[in-house]
Design a protein around this ligand. Structure first.
Ligand code: HEM
Length: 374
C-alpha cells in the first residue's frame, strides 16, 4: 500500500480527534446530570457539562438571564461547574432564605479568586474578605466609622452639596447612580407613576426650592418607586459570590464545603411565585404588599441578607432617594423630540453591576425655577 502523504496524515488525525471529542461530548451531554452520587450524597440537579469548561458556555454575557432560563429547567437549587469550580445557583425566595438565613453561618465566606484578590490588596476589602476575624473587625469598623445612622445623618450636608451638581447624576457607574438611572428609565416609560411621585414630592416640599432632609420620611410613594426599581433592576444581579465553609443541605440537596454560591436576586425579584405581573413596573403594589429590602424578606434581596448584607444599605437608599427627590422636584422630564416611550431601550450591560447598555437621554425643564419667577 502506498504511504499516506504527511498533510493527509495530519488531516486524518485531526478528523479522528474531532470525532472522538464529539462522541465524548455527546455522551457527557446526553440527559441531565445525575443528582445522585456514590455514598448516598444527593447533589443538586443541573445541566450536563463538557470537560474542562464545565457549564461556562451556557452562561452568556447576562448571566442572571441565562441562569434563570437554566433554573426554569433544573430548579431553584441548581449545580453548575464554572470551569472546574462547583457552583450552586439559587433562584427562589425559599432557597435564598436557606442560604442567607437558615444556613447563613455555613454559607457566608467569599471565594478566593485572582480578580478580587488583586483589586482588594490581597482580600483586605470587606466585600471580598473570607469570613474570618479580619473580616469581622473590618466590617465592625466600617459600620461604626462610616455607616452608622449618626454618620448617615452627618452626610446630609455632603448629599445636599451633591444634588447641586447634576454631573454626579451622569457620571458614576456605582450601585447608587445605576439605581437612579434605572429609576428614571422606568419613570419616563410610566407617565402615571411619574406624575404621581412628582405630585407627592411637590405637595410635601411646597414652595421650597429644594427637598430638605426632613421632607424625606414623608415621601412614601418615592420610596415605593425606588423599591420597585431595585426589585426589577438590582445592580448586583447575582449579589456577591459566597462560598460554603462546610458541608450543608440546601433545598434537600447536599452541597459540599468550598462550593461557590450565587443568589440570583434578579430572578427572585421577578419570580411569579412571589410577585403578581412580575415584569411590570408598578410601585403601587407595595401599598398592599409589605415587603422591605432590609434582609428580612427573601423575595426582595437587592442588598443581600444575613451576615454579608450590604452595610451601605441605609446610606445607599438615602443617597438614591434624596437625589431622585430633588431631580423630580426641581425638573419636569421628557423624552427628546421624536423619541417615543417604546424607543427607550432597557437593555443591560455590565459585569459586577448591571447598568443601562445605552445612555439615557432626557430633557429637563426647570420646574421650581419657573414657578419661583412667575
Ligand atoms: C443602591 C445602593 C447599593 C446596593 C444595591 C448595594 C448592594 C450590595 C450587595 C448586593 C452586596 C452583597 C451582599 C451579599 O453578599 O449578600 C453588597 C455588599 C457590600 N456593600 Fe453595598 N450596595 C449599595 C450601596 C453601598 C454603599 C453606599 C456602600 C458603602 C458606603 C456599600 C458597601 C458595601 C460593602 C462594604 C459590602 C460588602 C459586605 C460584606 O461582604 O460583608 N454598598 N452591597
Amino acid at each position: 500500500m502506498a504511504p499516506i502523504p504527511l498533510p493527509l496524515q495530519w488531516q486524518l488525525t485531526a478528523a479522528a480527534a474531532t470525532l472522538l471529542l464529539a462522541l465524548l461530548a455527546s455522551v457527557l451531554l446526553s440527559g441531565r446530570c445525575s443528582s445522585k452520587k456514590a455514598g448516598g450524597v444527593k447533589l443538586p440537579p443541573g445541566p450536563a457539562r463538557v470537560p474542562v469548561l464545565g457549564n461556562l458556555l451556557q452562561v452568556g454575557p447576562l448571566p442572571h438571564r441565562s441562569l434563570r432560563e437554566l433554573a426554569r429547567r433544573h430548579g431553584p437549587v441548581m449545580l453548575l461547574r464554572l470551569g472546574t469550580v462547583p457552583t450552586v445557583v439559587v433562584s427562589s425566595a425559599e432557597a435564598a432564605r436557606e442560604v442567607m438565613k437558615a444556613h447563613d453561618a455555613d454559607c457566608c465566606s467569599r471565594p478566593v479568586s485572582p480578580g478580587p484578590k488583586r483589586l482588594s490588596y490581597d482580600l483586605k476589602n470587606v466585600a471580598f474578605a473570607p469570613y474570618d476575624d479580619y473580616w469581622r473587625e473590618m466590617r465592625k469598623l466600617f459600620i461604626v466609622e462610616l455607616l452608622s445612622m449618626r454618620r448617615v445623618k452627618a452626610a446630609w450636608y455632603a448629599r445636599q452639596e451633591q444634588v447641586e451638581n447634576l454631573d454626579t447624576f451622569l457620571g458614576g457607574i456605582d450601585t447608587s447612580s445605576v439605581t437612579m438611572l434605572w429609576t428614571m428609565s422606568e419613570l419616563i416609560r410610566a407617565p402615571r407613576v411619574l406624575t404621581k411621585v412628582q405630585d407627592e414630592i411637590r405637595a410635601v416640599v411646597g414652595d421650597k426650592e429644594r427637598v430638605q432632609p426632613e421632607d424625606m420620611p414623608k415621601l412614601t410613594y418615592l420610596k415605593m418607586v425606588v423599591k420597585e426599581t431595585l426589585r426589577l433592576h438590582p445592580p448586583a444581579t447575582l449579589l456577591l459570590p459566597r462560598e460554603t465553609m462546610r458541608d450543608v443541605k440546601i433545598g434537600g440537596y447536599d452541597v459540599p464545603a468550598k462550593t461557590r454560591i450565587f443568589v440570583n436576586a434578579w430572578a427572585i425579584g421577578r419570580d411569579a411565585a412571589s410577585w403578581d405581573d412580575p415584569e411590570d413596573f408598578n410601585p403601587d403594589r407595595f401599598e398592599t404588599k409589605e415587603v422591605e429590602f432590609n434582609g428580612a424578606h427573601f423575595e426582595l434581596v437587592p442588598f443581600g441578607a444575613g451576615r454579608r448584607i450590604c452595610p451601605g444599605l441605609a446610606m445607599g437608599a438615602a443617597n438614591v432617594e434624596f437625589t431622585l427627590a430633588n431631580l423630580l422636584h426641581c425638573f419636569d422630564w421628557a423624552l427628546p423630540d421624536g423619541v417615543a416611550v417604546k424607543d427607550v431601550s432597557m437593555e443591560e450591560a455590565g459585569g459586577l453591576t448591571f447598568h443601562r447598555k445605552t445612555p439615557l437621554v432626557l430633557v429637563p425643564s426647570a420646574y421650581a425655577y419657573r414657578r419661583g419667577h412667575n
